[in-house]
Design a protein around this ligand. Structure first.
Ligand SMILES: NC(=O)c1ccc[n+]([C@@H]2O[C@H](COP(=O)([O-])OP(=O)(O)OC[C@H]3O[C@@H](n4cnc5c(N)ncnc54)[C@H](OP(=O)(O)O)[C@@H]3O)[C@@H](O)[C@H]2O)c1
Length: 317
């Protein structure tokens, strides 16, 4: 099988991080980089040994040498880039959250399904081997409770994408995909959600805490914040055992299982696992097998998460 040729759309923080992982991963390479500014595309292309650099995302998507486009723009620009990539028949790995609104996410999924093109949200947490171990272990029995937080103090700057409404800012969309997403992975979609929090001067949510309620009183307590540091760890309590997931829980390096009838069991991440390779390998495997969606991060679950986060945002305004 030939190397999977990636096109990277954008040159910001995560584009550089994931670009370096692609460049180091067997069976794939960075073929091209696209940016709103040609010089930035050229600089990243040169750093990643990519053949081509473009001063627009449209040119990147049109490059016949590119098999898959990695969308690493702010959320509000995800749809525009994904739309161009899908129209050109490229597979798309789109950063989390899938889009800045439910409508954008639905359109993206519709376009990919109509075109028969692979699309997946780059939800790397779901590919972490320790998270997968937690999700698969039957010894939890019935999971009664999931607790997870993600918060850090980010000085207020209306130009920063996390504070800017036009860039899809807010704690819920950017950070919420992880704690709400852990609850979704382990408990499914809640029957009721109760959210409280506060808004920033720009109107985006600065912090939010939610109780996600499931049938029979099972629940998840989730918290996100741009106003202060949280433990950023998680725990999962089942009738059979508990898991303590070390911070950062969305990319843990250590998980401890414990319970009344067992010695504590600690699992460590393989130090060679950089966290992002799993989602990249999933794209490669899907294309090799002719799949247009991932079973690890299904599009319907990305859409459900967008709806959940939108409802949570709504209840703060
Ligand atoms: N999976 C993860 O671990 C992870 C971590 C961080 C972020 N993310 C996700 O990745 C996406 C990008 O986050 P980031 O932290 O990399 O952001 P960032 O550092 O601000 O970079 C975003 C890049 O997007 C491009 N862009 C396109 N339109 C833009 C606009 N109107 N304003 C600003 N930049 C624009 C820019 O590249 P050009 O100027 O070159 O076009 C910019 O460098 C977000 O959706 C975020 O949720 C994921």
């Amino acid at each position: 099988m030939k190397d999977l040729a990636w096109g990277i759309a954008a040159t910001g923080g995560i584009a550089r991080t994931v670009g370096a992982v692609i460049a180091a991963e067997p069976g794939m390479r960075v073929a091209a980089v696209g940016s709103r500014e040609l010089a930035r595309a050229q600089a990243l292309a040169s750093a990643l040994d990519a053949e081509s650099a473009y001063g627009s995302y449209a040119e990147l998507c049109a490059d016949p040498a590119v098999d898959a486009v990695y969308v690493a723009t702010p959320h509000a620009q995800h749809l525009e880039v994904a739309e161009a990539a899908i129209a050109a028949g490229k597979a798309v790995l789109c950063e989390k959250p899938l889009a800045a609104s439910v409508a954008d996410a639905e359109r993206m999924v519709l376009l990919a399904r109509e075109a028969g093109v692979f699309l997946m949200e780059a939800m790397w947490m779901r590919f972490n081997p320790l998270i997968r171990r937690v999700a698969a272990d039957p010894r939890f029995g019935e999971i009664r409770s999931v607790h997870a937080s993600f918060g850090f103090a980010l000085p207020y700057d209306p130009l920063h994408r996390l504070w800017a409404p036009e860039l899809g800012g807010g704690a819920l969309l950017d950070l919420g995909v992880y704690p709400f997403g852990l609850a979704q992975l382990l408990l499914g979609m809640p029957s009721r959600v109760c959210v409280t929090g506060s808004l920033a001067p720009s109107g985006v949510d600065a912090e939010a805490a939610g109780v996600l309620v499931y049938p029979g009183g099972r629940r998840a307590l989730v918290e996100v914040s741009l106003l202060g540091g949280f433990p950023n760890s998680a725990y999962v309590v089942g009738t059979g055992m508990r898991a303590d997931i070390q911070a950062p829980f969305w990319a843990p390096e250590r998980v401890v299982f414990s319970g009344p009838s067992m010695e504590p069991e600690a699992y460590e991440l393989d130090p060679a696992d950089n966290g992002y390779a799993g989602e990249l390998r999933e794209v490669r495997a899907a294309l090799a097998e002719g799949r247009t969606e991932s079973e690890v991060m299904p599009l319907d679950e990305s859409l459900a998460m967008m709806g959940l986060l939108a409802d949570a945002q709504q209840s703060l305004t």
